[in-house]
Write a protein that binds this ligand. Structure first.
Ligand code: ACO
Length: 424
């Protein structure tokens, strides 16, 4: 493809064009500043390609999402979460023996150090589980050696996949004052997590199949989403050669925000607010449109999807099925559907191409499964972990990776003389 030309300050400059495997086009601006002394100004990085990646493909206009080339609809219908984790991290689907070995390794590492448990005990029971999750993941760096050898990196990847559900479930048990339930090696990844969450020493608990299946689906749908805010954070922190645990811990912090992974908690709180206010959907749609109000319809809109979010479509259908199978009748599901219907017919949302995103229905399913609202973003983190790991690994293996270091346009004071404090 022909070079791109930029005419600036009376001169013409050329920049090479790069084309991805799905014909996406980028203009390579790496030499922009050296050639022109100007920088590319792109707050929020909406037009900035920060890396080349072979992990996830999204076409936001067509509502397409693929992991390593496989359509999300097929993966969601046919795969297990550990299989998806293997695919994202290693690039290929495992054969049966490889998957068994991968799962065996994960099972072997599910316990957390007893001293870490003591640290967890020291948190107030009111602590947000995302605060505990981030702190504990970064703390893993103080228990396990890190270096750049592939063996150490692979071992720490397995440790993270194995221990994150344990840390998450323990943080929940701590918040409700119940004894920790240790991991069980005879259970699958999802069953083990649910058992650690819901089992009590006073009862025999068997994870209902419907819960295991629903969790499998939810984790798969969150497993990767190319260069979103938390993934870019993982890459950015990792680009300074910080270790895997520190980089993933930073990603967890980025995910926490209500405009990103924190939206699933906010959606439920919004739906509850609408319910408690008598179900007046129109009022909330109007508030979301009002430029004088900070209110947004949580779970609506996406930086990349401008037609529909394929994950939201899968989850909308699944929400009906899961609630029915669990015998749960949740008025919030009806409120969500009505709100979606009104918003999708409204000119404001049509014009701005605002559609329900993955978080609009995920919270309703988690709620029906008995997961408390403040754990929703933690669930997202467990799902997103393989994606973060795959992106971190890819970034570290790429010999073109440079430390992430954006520039700025300075808008502050020009040089002025410092006045000593008693003369001001
Ligand atoms: N409700 C009402 N208006 C909205 C919403 C919303 N949920 N989302 C965007 N808009 C409006 C904006 O006010 C803006 O309007 P304007 O052009 O008149 O100023 C326009 O749509 C574009 O919005 P931006 O904020 O520029 O879009 P951006 O791509 O930067 O943000 C985001 C995307 C953060 C997801 C946004 O849509 C949002 O805040 N949604 C609600 C939070 C949410 O659900 N986040 C989860 C995202 S999915 C995920 O992270 C897993």
């Amino acid at each position: 493809m022909e070079n791109a030309k930029l005419s600036f300050n009376g001169r013409e400059y050329e920049f090479p064009v790069i084309v991805g495997t799905e014909e996406e086009i980028g203009i390579d601006m790496q030499s922009l500043r050296a050639k022109t002394k100007a920088i590319a100004f792109d707050p929020g990085y909406g037009n900035t390609g920060a890396c080349e990646s072979a992990i996830t493909y999204i076409d936001g206009d067509a509502g397409i999402l693929r992991y390593r080339g496989y359509p999300i609809e097929q993966i969601a219908a046919l795969a297990t979460f550990p299989e998806v984790a293997y695919l994202l991290i290693n690039g290929q689907l495992p054969v049966l023996e490889q998957l068994r070995e991968f799962e065996r390794e994960i099972r072997y590492h599910t316990l957390i150090h007893e001293d870490m448990k003591k640290a967890l005990d020291a948190y107030p029971s009111t602590a947000h589980p995302m605060a505990i999750l981030a702190a504990m993941v970064i703390s893993l760096a103080s228990y396990y050696h890190e270096d750049d050898s592939p063996e150490t990196i692979n071992l720490n990847i397995i440790r993270l996949l194995a221990k994150l559900p344990t840390i998450a479930a323990f943080s929940y048990k701590h918040s409700v004052g119940q004894p920790y339930v240790y991991p069980r090696n005879d259970l699958s990844y999802t069953q083990n997590f649910l058992n650690m969450m819901f089992c009590l020493p006073t009862m025999d608990y068997v994870v209902p199949d419907v819960l295991g299946r629903a969790l499998n689906l939810l984790l798969i749908l969150h497993a990767d989403h190319e260069q979103n805010c938390s993934t870019s954070t993982v890459r950015m922190v990792g680009s300074s050669r910080a270790g895997l645990f520190a980089s993933i811990g930073a990603g967890i912090c980025a995910l926490w925000g209500p405009l990103h992974g924190g939206a699933n908690q906010e959606v439920i709180e919004m739906l509850e607010m609408i319910r408690d206010d008598g179900g007046n959907y129109r009022k909330y749609v109007d508030m979301a449109k009002d430029k004088n109000s900070d209110f947004r319809l949580m779970g609506f809109g996406h930086r990349v999807y401008r037609n529909f979010d394929p994950r939201a479509q899968i989850l909308k259908k699944s929400a009906d099925e899961v609630l029915q199978a669990l015998g749960v009748n949740d008025p919030l599901l009806d409120i969500a559907k009505n709100l979606e219907e009104i918003a999708l017919r409204d000119e404001y949302f049509i014009e701005r191409k605002l559609y329900p995103n993955v978080d609009f229905y995920s919270g309703i399913i988690y709620r029906a499964m008995g997961i408390p609202t403040n754990m929703f973003t933690v669930m997202f983190a467990i799902g997103r972990l393989p994606g973060w790991i795959a992106q971190w690994k890819e970034m570290r293996a790429d010999k073109h990776t440079r430390i992430a270091r954006p520039r700025q346009i300075y808008t502050g004071e020009r040089e002025r003389q410092f006045v000593p404090i008693f003369q001001r």
